[in-house]
Design a protein around this ligand. Structure first.
Ligand code: SF4
Ligand code: SF4
Length: 438
């Protein structure tokens, strides 16, 4: 009983935010998980009611509430459509931190987060070993998409089709960079992010290529690490704080104009979650977080709104390829960025943008949700794949490497040869073709 009282006391800080929910149920209509399961505990209203019950000491089962709270994609669809402006994601993230602090991490998460993610050097080394030895356990699945699958029956891989770890991660291709400001008069720092570094180093190379082309000075500090989202979404504040401090030390945002990223999740984490979680920290941390969170910007948005992109005309010499675009939740719903990636795609006359139905419907990945609830994640992803197929395009672009992984898995498993690209790859392709930049 005293445990329930202690937990209720810890949750008091969320009381004012929890009372904003008027239980209207409008979030039901937009929650991809509720659409799949129809369970009230899966939608924001149900989760908020459970948290309120814990706070009021009405429930004596924190573990049950914790499990239901974790069944969530953190996609933000509910928050973006809530008429009362409930800070759903802030409540979910802070309550996961409180509940994890109260009950502890599972052994698997402890190993992954505290044993690996919080030690960037070890994490990098393990990813490099994984890249060397992955072929022993896996075999190619789809050449067009570039996916692999399990060679033998494997409980770890299951029936997943996944993008393999890159042979050489970006931090080995370009360990650090500091170039002069060119014709743009702007200097940026490039926050690479784990998925881009380890799975899509070619996306990072294209970011640097586009920045160079536009005369933007680029600073890439050595020894970058994760933005902390896998840790904080699992409630591991200790690992999150460790990563945050490391990032604040190597990125001195005072000296640059913007911090660009090509990962929607990294951008929204730095912009929204870093300040949210640093609100009780030291003045030094708060000041640095405030500066960097104001300056962080998605690469598509940076090029379109701060620089101005090149448009060229091939005078009808090319038959355009049909391409469709998936809006990552963290880019559109959290940051309001949706026109800019489309503008990058449209700049290339070799592509014709055709919209799919509901382009901003969640792809179902949800970070660790995919690892924990793979079947549910795939069921949600299948709707997205049907929408992509309805567009009859041969390429799908999206501005988040996490969505790229999910779309690659789902398309490959359904036997479709549809390429998955990042909009910056399309734009860089234009720069390479038209200007001969390499
Ligand atoms: S979270 Fe918002 S949309 Fe959902 S029930 Fe509460 S007030 Fe309504
Ligand atoms: S964040 Fe997404 S999955 Fe979670 S409750 Fe809100 S809409 Fe549903």
């Amino acid at each position: 009983m005293s445990d329930v009282k202690t937990l209720s006391r810890l949750m008091r800080e969320l009381e004012n935010q929890l009372t904003v929910c008027m239980r209207c149920g409008m979030c039901q209509a937009v929650c991809p998980l509720f659409a799949e399961t129809g369970r009230e505990a899966d939608v924001a209203r149900g989760k908020l009611a459970l948290l309120d019950g814990l706070l009021q000491e009405m429930f004596k089962d924190p573990k049950g509430v914790y499990e239901r709270l974790n069944r969530c994609l953190l996609c933000g669809s509910c928050a973006a459509n809530c008429p009362s402006g409930v800070s759903v994601l802030e409540i979910f993230i802070k309550s996961r931190a409180i509940l994890t602090g109260f009950m502890g991490l599972s052994p698997a998460k402890k190993l992954l987060l505290k044993g690996m993610l919080s030690r960037p050097e070890l994490f990098d080394r393990m990813a490099e070993w994984g890249s060397k030895f992955q072929k022993i356990l896996t075999k190619p699945a789809n050449e067009v998409i570039g996916t692999s699958c399990a060679r033998f029956v494997s409980p770890l891989i299951g029936n997943r089709h996944f993008v393999p770890l890159a042979k050489t991660p970006f931090h080995r291709l370009m360990p650090a960079l500091n170039t002069q400001i060119g014709r743009s008069g702007i200097k940026v720092a490039f926050f690479v992010g784990c998925l881009i570094d380890k799975f899509f180093p070619n996306v990072a190379q294209d970011v640097v290529l586009a920045l160079h082309h536009h005369g933007v000075g680029v600073f890439i500090p050595q020894d970058q690490c994760c933005c902390g989202i896998p840790a904080i979404s699992s409630g591991d504040t200790e690992t999150f704080n460790r990563l945050l401090r490391h990032n604040l030390e190597i990125f001195d945002a005072e000296k640059i104009d913007y911090v660009v990223t090509s990962c929607a999740t990294c951008t929204s984490t730095i912009k929204d979650i870093w300040p949210m979680m640093a609100d009780k920290d030291s003045g030094f941390v708060q000041n640095r977080v405030a500066t960097i969170s104001k300056k962080v910007i998605d690469i598509n948005q940076f090029l379109v709104s701060k620089i101005g992109i090149d448009k060229v005309d091939f005078n009808g010499h090319v038959e355009p390829v049909d391409i469709t675009y998936h809006d990552p939740c963290h880019l559109k719903k959290s940051l309001g960025v949706s026109a800019e990636p489309r503008a990058l795609i449209k700049a290339h006359p070799g592509y014709r943008l055709k919209e799919m139905p509901e382009p901003d419907r969640c792809c179902g990945l949800g970070g660790s949700f995919n690892l924990q609830y793979y079947d549910l994640s795939s069921n949600i992803g299948r709707i997205k794949i049907n929408h992509i197929l309805a567009s009859e395009c041969s390429t799908v672009a999206t501005g988040c490497p996490a969505c790229m992984l999910q779309l690659s898995d789902m398309l490959s498993k359904s036997g479709k040869n549809i390429r998955v690209r990042h909009p910056i790859q399309i734009y860089a392709e234009l720069l390479k073709t038209y200007y001969g930049i390499t």
